[in-house]
Design a binder for this molecule. Structure first.
Ligand SMILES: Nc1ncnc2c1ncn2[C@@H]1O[C@H](COP(=O)(O)OP(=O)(O)OP(=O)(O)O)[C@@H](O)[C@H]1O
Length: 331
């Protein structure tokens, strides 16, 4: 049995439909009309202990709803969820003792308390043993470089410092699983990188299972080894990061800058995918044509000032997938 088992889970919300016009609005005071919003629709996935999983999808895809069901806040409309051997919504307290949650835009910290007091508070809340508490505070303070702001009230901390503090608190009781919702949102590059390093280090040291929702593709590349992508409440992809790139990557790109607007290219292995006057982006598959030959073809017929190479990033792939899904559902 996997550590997290989500089987054919759906979550539907009854949404009140607002009546337009005065008479229908008055009528709706007596009898309300509802429609069903299918936030999550028949999703299944299994996650083993210690996995680092990116749970991604466009806005409104159903990510937070899934995390809320996993953390026991919401009960599924149908299907089954087990985390460890617990059904989260049935045993919320026990589930909470075994998990940590960080919502990037919400804080679990107390504004007027300093971090050292906040740690004490959570020690009592989670009934953490003295030794384990000391060991973890030391480990997290060191790893997240929190020494400089331990004694300051939380309201005086920067966004990055607050995020580090939230992470330390969420992990203080050594949870088996941690759900991170946009943990690097709004942070600068250094703060992001510190948080990514921290998450990986904790996973390595303690085999903590991680489920991460993010819109930042660098978070995924640097932290996760598996992606579950959902859209409109359904799973679109579930597999390794490398297989994801292999299956969906549109090949390689070369971007050339020409000395003038005149351009000549006739080779069916090369496709111009972006034309910005003297700047051309050309796509090709390495299996069909090697890079030196691409360069040779382009430079033989054109006056080239500059050349840049790049692979399809997962950012490109994800953007393409989101866009093609939204075009399909509009059409
Ligand atoms: N309590 C609720 N009542 C009605 N509809 C809801 C409720 N919670 C979520 N929804 C709807 O369900 C869908 C999925 O929402 P959810 O918050 O899970 O998406 P998300 O993938 O987390 O999006 P984002 O990336 O914007 O946070 C959305 O259309 C949302 O409006």
């Amino acid at each position: 049995m996997a550590f997290i088992e989500v089987d054919q889970v759906s979550k539907h919300f009854q949404v009140h439909t607002k009546a337009k016009g005065m008479w229908p609005a008055l009528k709706s005071l007596v009898k309300r009309d509802y429609t069903t919003k299918k936030a999550v629709q028949d999703i299944s996935f299994h996650i083993e202990r210690g996995e680092l999983v990116a749970y991604i999808g466009p806005n409104g895809a159903g990510k937070s709803t899934t995390i809320k069901m996993l953390s026991g806040i919401l009960q599924p409309t149908s299907g089954t969820i087990q985390v460890g051997d617990i059904v989260p919504y049935q045993d919320r307290k026990q589930n909470a003792m075994r998990m940590g949650v960080v919502f990037g835009q919400r804080s679990q910290l107390y504004w007027d308390l300093a971090m050292e007091d906040t740690f004490d508070l959570y020690k009592h809340m989670y009934k953490i043993e003295e030794q384990q508490f000391k060991r973890n505070v030391e480990f997290y303070v060191e790893l997240l470089q929190m020494q400089e702001f331990l004694t300051r009230p939380v309201r005086q901390l920067s966004l990055g410092q607050k995020m580090r503090a939230n992470l330390a608190v969420a992990l203080l009781h050594d949870p088996d699983v941690v759900y991170l919702d946009e943990p690097t949102i709004g942070l600068d590059i250094i703060a992001k990188s510190r948080i990514r390093q921290f998450v990986k280090e904790v996973n390595k040291e303690k085999q903590t299972t991680l489920m991460l929702t993010t819109h930042d593709m660098d978070d995924i590349e640097q932290i996760c080894n598996r992606i579950i992508m959902i859209d409109q409440g359904q799973v679109l992809y579930d597999g390794s990061l490398s297989a994801f790139k292999e299956s969906y990557a549109g090949g390689h790109f070369i971007r050339i800058e020409l000395e003038s607007d005149s351009f000549w290219l006739e080779d069916e292995r090369l496709t111009v995918v972006k034309d910005e006057g003297p700047l051309k982006t050309i796509q090709f598959q390495k299996k069909q044509i090697a890079v030196p030959e691409v360069i040779q073809i382009l430079t033989a017929h054109n006056r080239v000032k500059d050349i840049q190479m790049r692979e399809t990033s997962i950012e490109d792939i994800v953007k393409d997938m989101y866009e093609s899904r939204s075009t399909a559902s509009e059409g």
